[in-house]
Design a protein around this ligand. Sequence first.
Ligand SMILES: Nc1ncnc2c1ncn2[C@@H]1O[C@H](COP(=O)(O)OP(=O)(O)O)[C@@H](O)[C@H]1O
Ligand SMILES: [Mg+2]
Length: 502
Amino acid sequence: MASLSAERQSNYEMLRRLIAAKVSIVYVVSWEEERVLDTLRDVAAKAFASPVPFFTWSVTEGVSLEGVEDPETREPLAALDHVLSRKGSALYAFKDLHAHFGDARVVRRLRDIYQALKAVYKTIFLVGPRLVLPPDVEKDVAVVDFALPTLVEIDEIFHSVAVAFPKATIAMNDDERAEFLKSLAGLTADEVRSALTRLFMSRKQIDMGSSDLLQEEKRQIVRKSGILDFISSHVRYEELGGLENLKEWLKLREHYFSSEARNAGLPMPKGVLFTGISGCGKSLCVQAIAAAWHMPLLRLDMNLVFSGAAGTPEAALGTAVRTAESVAPSILWVDEIETAIVGTGRAGGGADTRIFSTFLTWMQEKKSFVFVAATANEIDALPPELLRKGRFDEIFFVDLPTLDERQEIFAVHLAKRGIDPRGLEILSLAQTTMGWSGAEIEQCVVSGIYEAYGQRRALDMSDLYKATSRMVPLSTTMAERIKQIKRWADTRAVKASRGGEP
Ligand SMILES: Nc1ncnc2c1ncn2[C@@H]1O[C@H](COP(=O)(O)OP(=O)(O)O)[C@@H](O)[C@H]1O
Ligand SMILES: [Mg+2]
C-alpha cells in the first residue's frame, strides 16, 4: 500500500516541480477540471515556504481569486494582461482558453507570457480534456497528463458513496473488494462517483456481480470518445482452426492481468502483432483474445484518425489511447497498422511518421492495463522500430494453413452452419485446397451450401468439389508476393501454427 499512497502524491509532486522549475506555461490534459484545480489549490497553499496566490480564469467569471471575481478580465486578452502585469509570484489556471486560439492576439500574448514568466515564479496552467495548441506556441508549452484516481482514491470515493446509502449491504470480502475497485480503475473521479451512486441506487446489495453495471458504464465512455469501436466478441478458440502455437501462448497469458500476476511481479503485457497473409485469421485471432480474456475490445479506426474529423491525428490518437486507458483492462485493436505508416497519397508523410513514433513511445512506456493487438498485411512496410524487441511481447506470423489446419477450418465452418463434418471427406477436401486461406475455405463451404440449396437437397461432397474447382486462391495469383512475405517472416516472427506439411 505504501507505493499506492506515494503514487497518490504524484500529480501534486509533478505540478510542484514544474512551478519550482519556473516553467511559464503548462497544458494539463485532463477530463477532471475540478480535480486538477483542487490539486493546484493545494500546491499553491502548501508546497512552498509561503502560500502563493492562486487565480482561476474562465470566460464567464474572469480572473478570480478565492471566489472574488474580476468582471473586467472576462476577455481572454484582458486576463492574459493581468498575468503579465501583476507583480509577485502567482499561479493561474485558465479554463477552456483553447476556445480562443482562433484569435491571433491571444496566441501572440501567450508567446509574450512565455518570455516574461521565464525568470519569475509565476506559472499559467491551461486545463482542458484534449490537447489543443496552435502550432506557434507548441514549443513554449509543457504538456502534462493528469493521472487518474488511484485505487486508494477510488476506495475513498467508494467509502464516501457507501456512507450516503446506510441501508445497502456490501457483501464482499477484502480480496473481492480489491477486485471490484480495480474494475473502476481508469474512470475519472466524477465517473467513479456517478457510477457508484447509480449502483447503490439500483441495488440493495453490492457484491461482485455488480461489476456488470460498471462494464456498461465503460461502454458509454468508449462510445463518447467517437474514435474507438466497442466490439462485443464471442469468438471462441474452438472457432479458430489450427494456430496451435498461438493459442498456447495466449492461454498461458490469460491471467496476466490479475492482481496475483501483478503481485508476483510479472511484467505488464504490452501486446502482440499479427503479421501474415490476408484471410488467414489475424482479425479473428484478436477477437478470440478479447473473448477469452473477458476484456473490452476497442478497435481503433485509423482512417478516422487521419480524416481530421476527430481533431489533428495526434489529438485523435491521444484521445484513443486515453480512452483505452480509462476503461482498462482493455484490448486496443489496431487493425492493419501499416495504413498508419504507409499513408498512401496522404499529404505530409513526415507527420504520419511522427504520429506513429508517439504511439510507439506510449507503448514502450505504458503502465496501464491496455493490451495492444495489432495486425499487418503489408509487413515489409513496417518500420524497423516497430519490430524492435520490447515493443510487442511477440510478433506472430499467420501463414497459409497446413493440411491439418485446413481440415479443422473446414470442420469449423461446416459445423457453424449446422452441417456435421464427420459425414464428409474432410481430409480429401483439405488435400485439394493446398495453398488456400481460411477465408477462401469458408467461401468454398458457403458456395457449396448454395449449390446444394439451389437443388433443394442436403450438401454432399460434389457440391464442395465443384466449389473448389471454381476458385483460384490468392496464393496462386500472388505466388511471388506470398514468397516474399514468408521470407520476411522467417527471421522476424514466430509461427502461429505448429507446423506440419503445407
Ligand atoms: N484459422 C481460421 N479458422 C477459422 N476461420 C478462419 C481462419 N482463418 C480465416 N478464417 C475465416 O476467414 C475470415 C477472414 O479472416 P480474417 O481474420 O479477417 O483474416 P485476416 O485478418 O488475416 O485478413 C474469418 O472471419 C473466418 O471466417
Ligand atoms: Mg484482418
